[in-house]
Design a protein around this ligand. Structure first.
Ligand code: SF4
Ligand code: SF4
Length: 260
């Protein structure tokens, strides 16, 4: 995501990246359109202060998805926080995401980014994947073919590797505070990881106030959470775990089912 032609970016090596894969951003701006842009908590505050909305995407899981001693569980647990889910504990991951649909509000008519020097971390990282469990697939990215045929070798770009690490660390650092922000706003319905996301859309003013007033060392409260799920076997599992289900129609959020 680099719409500043004067400063082209190459991306760094990571698990699953071919050692001979090259990349160079050609500044086409395609990645600034038609998507949500995940933000850190600090980036969300900056975004909201510019008057642009930020969505709150929520997903939950428990230790039924991965063994608790697995790398997958460790990665996902690290970027989540424990909450009350019925008689047990769930973990909730909060994704603060700017709406770039149909296009980012910072994308200028000339295709350049108006906040280039302050652009979010994911904009600096794209098209690289941040999750260590998602393989980089050039064909699944918005970058045109020529961008993959020039530039530096991914495996040798230490600058991008550091950005990816920084992004993962910030995800961990922000996790509890973001859940506390949600609880302060009563946003306590989440999708189930892999089944769907619940998307809340608080007003700019409301979310900004909650983000700014959340303590750095905030912890989730004892508020009970509900799960929105449409998959019958998953619903049966959650019912067996006494997890409260959000079954009543609601205008407070959108449920975005994830295709299998
Ligand atoms: S889609 Fe790829 S090539 Fe185009 S601006 Fe974004 S990162 Fe650069
Ligand atoms: S902030 Fe800039 S680089 Fe990021 S999506 Fe918006 S226009 Fe593109």
């Amino acid at each position: 995501m680099d719409s500043q032609e004067s400063e082209k970016v190459s991306i760094a090596g990571a698990p699953g990246v071919d050692t001979d894969q090259r990349f160079e951003c050609v500044g086409c701006g395609a990645c600034c359109r038609g998507r949500f842009v995940p933000l850190t908590l600090a980036e969300a505050v900056t975004w909201l202060k510019r008057g642009h909305p930020v969505g709150v995407l929520l997903e939950a899981f428990d230790d039924s998805l991965w063994p608790v001693d697995s790398p997958e569980y460790a990665y996902n647990a690290g970027r989540s926080a424990p909450v009350i889910g019925g008689s047990g504990t769930l973990r909730v991951t909060v994704i603060l995401a700017a709406n770039a649909i149909p296009e980012c509000p910072n994308l200028q008519k000339d295709g350049l980014c108006s906040v280039y020097l302050e652009r979010p971390m994911v904009c600096r990282i794209y098209p690289m994947e941040i999750s260590p469990f998602i393989e980089l697939k050039p064909q699944a990215k918005d970058c045109p073919p020529e961008s993959w045929q020039q530039g530096s070798l991914l495996a040798s770009d230490q600058g991008l590797a550091m950005l990816v690490q920084q992004s993962r660390q910030t995800d961990r650092d922000d996790a509890r505070r973001k859940v506390a922000v949600c609880e302060s706003l009563g946003l306590t319905v989440a999708g189930w990881k892999g089944n769907g996301l619940v998307i809340h859309q608080p007003s700019v003013e409301t979310l900004l106030a909650a983000c700014e007033s959340a303590e750095v060392d905030a912890n989730p409260t004892d508020q009970p959470w509900q799960i929105k799920a449409e998959d019958p076997p998953l619903r049966a599992y959650l019912n067996a775990q006494s997890v409260p289900m959000a079954d009543s129609p609601s205008d407070d959020y959108i449920f975005h089912a994830i295709p299998r």
